[in-house]
Design a protein around this ligand. Structure first.
Ligand code: FAD
Length: 337
């Protein structure tokens, strides 16, 4: 009986080719980057049973993702049908996890105001309860519901999900994408601005953003996004225990330190939405560099025995597009494995 069973098993093993053999057993992937994109990809792959290692120069608390405002809102990113698709998938995902404990995600009523006339956004039919309203002080006004993602909480929750799926985390700066990659089937670069050097990408550029985290005023329940003139965009976003006000959008400005003139500018523009901002208490100042590109880089190619994937360049919408862009990227990856 044992001999017959052994012969049966051997036959089955011979029948499967190399790639399906890997699918049954374990595909090894290295994900570079511990921001929202790297963690989302790592979570998706580990859910599929892949063996995943995340390597990062900065842990999630020191990433651009950590300081993102972060409200669901396509901003400073390519305009295309794939963006709308990724934004919609992410909206649904965030809506779904907003009911779970400790995700840091809630669905909040928001108001978008513009001092000049702007057309209804292409994503109006994605969000819930979209209404165009009128106002004496603003030219275009609409309200809707959208996810507000409290990044310190969300990234911590995402990392925990990865750890539960046995993802291994390793702090290490990578200088060459494919060096020492032999033990992996896939190398995935989701290093945000790090891709400028790592993937030698001259099309990638930083858009510096400064924000202030403030003590949550008791009058603030809804979020506000506003456009005062071309390229003067701001927001006031309530979170559970504090609020975020911003922002600047300074192309190619690599300064990492918060600047007083930027904080003054943020207060100034936010006061135009609600003069009560004058009296708020600023708790801390934060700066990040949005990894911007005319088109988000989402590519998967074979390099010898290894598959090289790149997913970066989400600009001011990395959180908004995180789930949808990672889903589509993982599908591409699976087709090549
Ligand atoms: C002020 C501000 C407000 C924002 N608000 C919003 C918002 O409301 N909604 C929204 O959707 N988006 C928002 N964004 C944009 C969003 O933050 C980014 O699009 C997103 O964080 C990009 O994520 P990422 O994972 O690609 O990069 P990052 O978060 O920068 O992570 C990159 C990771 O790669 C690692 N890395 C880099 N180089 C190397 C290397 N050589 N070796 C190893 N590891 C490396 C880093 O250490 C890090 O762990 C905002 C951005 C800013 C600055």
């Amino acid at each position: 009986m044992a001999i017959i069973l052994l012969m049966f098993c051997c036959c089955n093993v011979q029948k499967v080719n190399k790639s399906s053999f890997k699918l049954v057993f374990m595909i090894k992937a290295r994900v570079i980057g511990c921001g929202v994109i790297g963690l989302t990809v790592a979570r998706l792959l580990s859910q599929k049973g892949w063996s995943v290692e995340v390597v990062y120069e900065d842990n999630y608390i020191n990433t651009t993702s950590y300081i993102a405002a972060a409200v669901w809102h396509p901003f400073l990113v390519e305009k295309s049908t794939r963006i709308l698709k990724w934004a919609e998938e992410s909206y649904k995902y965030f809506e779904c996890i907003s009911n779970q404990l400790n995700t840091g995600v809630s669905i909040v009523k928001g108001h978008e105001l513009s001092s000049y006339s702007i057309s209804t956004p292409e994503w109006a039919n994605i969000v819930k309860n979209f209404h165009v309203t009128t106002s004496n002080s603003w030219n275009s006004v609409w309200s809707y519901e959208a996810p507000v993602i409290e990044m310190p909480l969300y990234l911590s929750w995402l990392k925990l999900k990865c750890l539960k799926n046995n993802v291994v985390f390793k702090q290490q700066k990578i200088n060459n994408l494919l060096k020492n990659s032999k033990e992996f089937d896939c190398i995935i670069n989701s290093s945000g601005m790090g891709s400028k050097k790592l993937n030698i990408d001259n099309k990638l550029f930083p858009i510096r953003g400064q924000v202030c985290w403030i003590k949550k005023p008791n009058w603030l329940n809804d979020f506000y996004i506003f456009h005062l003139e071309d390229e003067v965009n701001g927001y006031i976003i309530p979170r559970k225990n504090d609020a975020v006000i911003g922002t600047t959008a300074q192309k190619d400005d690599l300064c990492k330190e918060p600047r007083k003139e930027d904080a003054d500018y943020i207060l100034d523009i936010c006061k135009k939405v609600n003069p009560k901002i004058q009296n708020i208490e600023i708790e801390s100042h934060h700066v990040g560099h949005r990894p911007a590109r005319a088109n988000i880089c989402s590519s998967v190619v074979k390099r010898g025995d290894v598959i090289l994937g790149n997913l970066y360049g989400h600009g001011g919408s990395g959180v908004t597009l995180s789930w949808g862009s990672a889903l589509s990227f993982v599908e591409k990856l699976e087709r090549l494995v």
